[in-house]
Every structure is written in structure tokens, then in C-alpha cells.
Ligand binder design. Structure first.
Ligand code: FES
Ligand code: FE
Length: 427
């Protein structure tokens, strides 16, 4: 590809997809311009299913937590009958945030300002001077909390701000096969362990969508971690599967499946875990085989998967499992929330290995996360030169019949959907 000498005009496409000619580029304007972010808010964040939380985070009746999703303030809760619900965290009276806590357990939500009170289903149940209101004023629930659409798949709850959007299972489409490979890891269900990890950094949110399924950057960016794994384990073990497959799952979703040298608490041991760890992993793998047969058991146990569910939800099932969302707080700034997911009732030693693995690689202070933040912040800084160097190249592997995870199939899947939603269908 020739060197670009000028920044293309406003009317040119942001995604330059000429796959047949081996060209796939994204204009750097897409990462920088406020008008692009405004379109994303309208065409993506207000129309797609967005991850809110896992059922285990509101395990008991009355449990609640508050989150920001696409800039909206949301209460996520479980009512007395055990049903999970979500409400916009704004009072129908004058708009104050009704719930000010991060999380807790409650019988009702009472607004700080004039003391209107709502039950766990969002219904107005009490207010000072109730006799001064006509019944008509709340005839259609106008004085109740407003609820977004809420649906779940295997314990993962999503909201949608678009009343006309297709249902969640249709939206998730082929990602369900890969969600199942994670959720099937326990017969008794999965749980979020240890709360939320929150951090932010100076990069456009789409850079993290790309990075989360980018196999090309693994070795160079995370060389310190790989050196560490090799030196700690002595060797890579004998059950590293020879798979390196990117999947375009449609609708902007993508996943990479691959073998890797690290240990997986379910259920691939490494020499550093010793004989006991090896025996535990083998027993877990045998349990999976009894439930699912050898082939699926080995796929669950030995294969790693990093998946992005369009637009901003990531499940990485690698040396531990992380759930991650990220949302823009400006064109060049994002806020990230991450959780670790684990099988309920996991043996203490396995849980310890999992949490250690999580912190070591995926946690905000691990080997990987700071590396990735640095790489993405460097990209964002580099876009200061976009007037002279205006395009990102995403063409790797376009000429290959069987691409690997080090190609860029998965990022092209994201960008095609992004372009369809932001720029509309093009001939
Ligand atoms: Fe909530 Fe008035 S704003 S009671
Ligand atoms: Fe990385």
C-alpha cells in the first residue's frame, strides 16, 4: 500500500473495505472526532444490547448495585421473589439519582431529595404529602421508576435502550456457542468473584474492542509475561492444543480460539502446579468428559478463547476468565470495568490459582493490562498526526485461505458492523 500524503475529506468513508484488492483500512478520524462519538452514541450505544452484570452479583433478594452503561445510570437488583430487574437511576419526581450506593441490600429505594420511596420492582410505594397528588397523575405508572429492556443469556444480563431492537438471543447469535463453553465449566453455575475492577485510560473505546481479540500483538506486547511463563513452568507442558482460529461470528461479534502455554484452572495444568495440581486438573477434565464427551471436554479445558460481543463486551476465557466492558467518556478516553468469573464451589487450591493467574495477567496491575493500556494510549497519541497519516491498516490475512488468530479477521468483523451502523449500507 502506498503512503498516504493527505487526510481524506469528511465525505470519504471511515472504513475503506476493498477486501478483494487486499485493502482494509480505518480512518483515524473514527478515533478522534466528537461527531463520530455522537453518532456512535445514537446508532450503536442506544441500539445494541449492552452488558450490565452477572446474576451472581445480585445473588439474594434485595441485593442491588449501581452501574453506568453507555452513560446511563442503572440500578441492577433482585426483588423479593428472586426476579432480577434494572431501572434507570433517576427519580420520576425531579430526577435525582435515587440510589447513591455502589452496592448493598435493600427493602426499598428512597430518594434523598423529597423522600419518594420505591419497592424493588420500581413501584412508588410512599411519599410525603401523598394526599396532595391526584390518582390520575400516576395512572400509568408515571411515578414509578422507568425500566430499560433487560434480558439475560446464561446469567449474563444485558440492557437495550431501543424498544424495537431484536431480542437478546437473536442479537447474540453465534456467540452463544462460545458463551456456553464458558458457562458449561460448572454444573452448579458460575459466579463473579471479588467485585469490580475499574480503571480508565486515554484511548478511544474501539481500540480496546480490537485489542481484546488481537492475536498479533500478544508476543511483542506481552513478551515479559511469556518469558515469565516459560521460566516459571520450565516447559510449556504437553497439552498445548495446535489451534489458532479466528471466527467472524456475524453482527460485529468475533472470537479467537487457540492453544497457549499458560495453565487454565479448568482444566489444563502446567508443571509449576506440581503433581497435586495436575491431578486436580485431570479430575476436572474427567468430570467435563463425563458430562459432555471427550471432544467438547477437551475444547473447554484446553482451548483459550477471547471474544468481543459487539460493541463493548469482552469475555476472555484464558488463564482465568475475565468479563469486561468499556465505554467512552470522550473520543480519546475510556472507562473500563472488569470482573473475574469462576465456577461456584471451586476447590480452594484451584480458586487460588485462578485468582493468582487473573491478577498476574489480566488485573489492572498484571503483566498484560498495563502493556495494553500503554499500547492503546500510544495509538491515540499517534493520531495527533492524522492529518498527515490518516489510516489504520487492518488487512493482515486478507490474502490467506486459512487465517490464524494473528491475522485480522476478527477486527474486520467488528469494523464492518461498526461501519454498517455508523455509515449505513454501501454498495
Ligand atoms: Fe426524588 Fe424529589 S427528586 S423525591
Ligand atoms: Fe494484550
Amino acid at each position: 500500500m502506498g503512503i498516504q500524503t493527505a487526510f481524506a475529506g469528511q465525505s470519504s468513508p471511515l472504513v475503506d473495505d476493498r477486501s478483494k484488492q487486499g485493502i482494509f483500512r480505518v480512518a483515524r478520524r473514527a478515533f478522534v472526532e466528537p461527531s463520530v462519538l455522537e453518532r456512535e452514541q445514537r446508532e450503536i450505544f442506544e441500539k445494541c444490547w449492552l452488558y450490565l452484570g452477572h446474576e451472581s452479583e445480585v445473588a439474594k433478594p434485595g441485593d442491588f448495585l449501581t452501574r453506568s452503561v453507555a452513560g446511563r445510570k442503572i440500578i441492577f437488583t433482585r426483588n423479593k421473589e428472586g426476579k432480577v430487574g434494572a431501572f434507570f437511576n433517576t427519580c420520576p419526581h425531579r430526577g435525582a439519582m435515587v440510589c447513591r450506593e455502589k452496592q448493598g441490600a435493600a427493602n426499598l429505594f428512597r430518594c434523598f431529595y423529597h423522600s419518594w420511596a420505591f419497592d424493588l420492582d420500581g413501584k412508588l410505594i410512599n411519599r410525603p404529602g401523598n394526599e396532595c397528588y391526584s390518582e390520575e397523575a400516576n395512572a400509568n405508572g408515571e411515578h414509578d421508576l422507568v425500566a430499560p429492556r433487560l434480558e439475560n443469556y446464561r446469567g449474563l444480563y444485558f440492557i437495550n435502550l431501543d424498544r424495537n431492537a431484536p431480542d437478546l438471543p437473536s442479537y447474540l447469535g453465534k456467540t452463544r456457542e462460545f458463551i456456553d463453553l464458558v458457562m458449561d465449566q460448572s454444573e452448579t453455575g458460575m459466579e463473579v468473584v471479588g467485585g469490580t475492577q475499574e480503571y480508565g485510560f486515554r484511548a478511544n473505546w474501539k481500540l480496546l474492542a480490537e485489542n481484546s481479540v488481537d492475536g498479533y500483538h500478544g508476543q511483542p506486547t506481552h513478551v515479559t509475561y511469556f518469558d515469565y511463563v516459560m521460566s516459571t513452568n520450565g516447559n510449556i507442558g504437553d497439552n498445548v492444543v495446535k489451534i489458532s482460529t479466528p471466527h467472524d461470528l456475524g453482527q460485529g461479534h468475533a472470537v479467537v480460539e487457540y492453544g497457549a502455554p499458560w495453565g487454565r484452572p479448568i482444566a489444563k495444568a502446567v508443571p509449576a502446579w506440581g503433581a497435586k495440581g495436575e491431578a486436580e486438573a485431570e479430575s476436572l477434565r474427567a468430570g467435563l468428559e463425563a458430562r459432555f464427551g471427550k471432544e467438547r471436554a477437551e475444547r473447554i479445558a484446553y482451548t483459550n478463547r477471547n471474544m468481543v460481543i459487539f460493541p463493548n463486551f469482552v469475555i476472555n476465557d484464558i488463564m482465568a476468565i475475565t468479563l469486561r466492558t468499556f465505554e467512552p467518556v470522550g473520543p480519546g478516553q475510556m472507562r473500563v470495568s472488569a470482573w473475574t468469573l469462576a465456577p461456584k464451589g471451586e476447590a480452594p487450591e484451584s480458586r487460588q490459582r485462578r485468582l493468582y493467574n487473573f491478577l498476574e495477567f489480566l488485573g489492572p496491575g498484571g503483566f498484560a493490562t498495563p502493556d495494553d493500556c500503554e499500547a492503546l494510549a500510544l495509538c491515540q497519541e499517534g493520531y495527533a498526526n492524522m492529518a498527515e497519516a490518516g489510516w489504520n491498516d487492518i488487512s493482515k490475512g486478507l490474502n490467506r485461505e486459512q487465517p490464524t488468530i494473528e491475522d485480522e479477521v476478527q477486527m474486520r468483523a467488528f469494523w464492518r458492523e461498526w461501519s454498517r451502523r455508523i455509515e449505513g449500507e454501501r454498495a
